[in-house]
Write a protein that binds this ligand. Structure first.
Ligand SMILES: [Mn+2]
Length: 359
């Protein structure tokens, strides 16, 4: 069923972005708009939304999508040309194409018409999806509670006999036992100097040593909404410098959380964390943006980065995850998801952040 309230918001945003027709081809956007997963894989599946609220769906028979109330359905079979069906419904002029729609589909539609101009068309949906309604906030809170449990599970199972991959797999199993559903997933478990690579995953054969940082970056979709959090603890001991680094990251993360409220720019949230790390002399070791949006996808707008001038609004959900990465030595990252409230933000993940030495 088409979610009329969400569709109305999208149409309003289309007018604001001066887009009279957009093509939506993103799995998460389908789910958000029509409440079901289409997953066309390599085939063509799309919604066409017009600024008068008219919606068309283009679906292969194989997807088994029942007619959607309020939507004009166009079904095609393998061997038929779906792009002609789409092109026939377009008005001349600007067409907003989904940034996540494979280019083979976009180009095929363009080849059917020489009177249309392609532009990026994801902003209206991105802007609406960024602000979570109450049902979505509850789903994110639920996922975050499981995320807290997963971090606790991981920390409780730190054991020098387990390599990164083994501990990661145990956490993955734990997540799945709590309802996480995903195809290919890797929970990040990084020992020692591996934590200094912001995107180190979990590698078989990597063992734990005394004094190592143990970084857990754990994430999974639960009932279609993602959780994502990071905690860093130390095994058996923690050097003075590592302790110092930890405290700086913790302070930077809190500074950004304290800064979040409606009306502030996302880049200024990034700066709130970055300033703390720079003032402490570690600016060049903060290698990432401060955060990314999360919802039905784990990385989505808005991002808390120096280049994002989006304004925080109530209902937006994003991560706050500054870090310091000292190559060949240590990495510390602390990450929570927050939702912007009327006067600040709600921190979804609650696992404590005081420095912990385990084992
Ligand atoms: Mn994250």
């Amino acid at each position: 069923m088409m979610n009329k309230e969400r569709l109305d918001r999208v149409v309003e945003q289309m007018k604001e972005h001066e887009l009279s027709q957009i093509i939506v081809g993103d799995d998460a956007a389908f789910l958000w708009l029509i409440g079901q997963i289409v997953n066309p894989m390599e085939r063509c599946g799309a919604l066409l939304i017009k600024d008068d609220g008219d919606v068309h769906a283009f679906m292969n028979n194989l997807f088994c999508i029942d007619p959607i109330e309020g939507v004009t359905m166009h079904y095609y079979a393998d061997g038929e040309n779906p792009y002609k069906l789409i092109a026939d419904e377009l008005k001349p002029g600007k067409v907003g194409f989904d940034k996540n729609w494979p280019s083979k589909h976009t180009i095929s539609v363009l080849m059917e018409r020489d009177d249309i101009t392609p532009v990026l068309g994801s902003d209206p949906i991105d802007a609406c999806k960024a602000c979570k309604d109450e049902a979505e906030r509850e789903a994110l809170r639920h996922a975050a509670r499981i995320n807290d449990m997963a971090v606790e599970f991981g920390i409780n199972h730190i054991n020098p006999e387990l390599d990164e991959k083994q501990l990661s797999d145990m956490i993955e199993e734990f997540f799945e036992s709590k309802g996480a559903v995903q195809d290919i997933q890797l929970q990040y478990v990084c020992y020692g100097k591996n934590a200094a690579e912001p995107h180190h995953g979990a590698v078989a054969g990597e063992m734990l040593h005394e004094g190592d940082a143990v970084l857990f970056d754990l994430w999974a979709p639960i009932n279609n909404y993602w959780c994502d959090m990071t905690r860093t603890v130390f095994y058996k001991s923690c050097s003075e410098e590592h302790r110092k680094v930890y405290e700086i990251v913790k302070k930077a993360q809190q500074a950004a959380i304290d800064f979040v409220k409606p009306g502030v720019r996302m880049c200024d949230i990034d700066a709130a964390a970055r300033n703390v790390i720079e003032e402490a002399g570690y600016g060049e070791y903060f290698l990432t943006r401060t955060g990314h949006g999360a919802g039905m996808t784990v990385h989505e707008p808005p991002e808390a980065s120096p280049s994002c001038d989006m304004i925080a609004k109530p209902g937006m959900c994003f991560s706050i995850e500054p870090g310091i990465y000292l190559k060949e030595d240590v990495g510390v990252r602390i990450e929570d998801l927050v939702i912007v409230t009327e006067d600040g933000c709600e921190v979804l993940t609650k696992y404590p952040k005081d420095l912990q030495i385990v084992g």
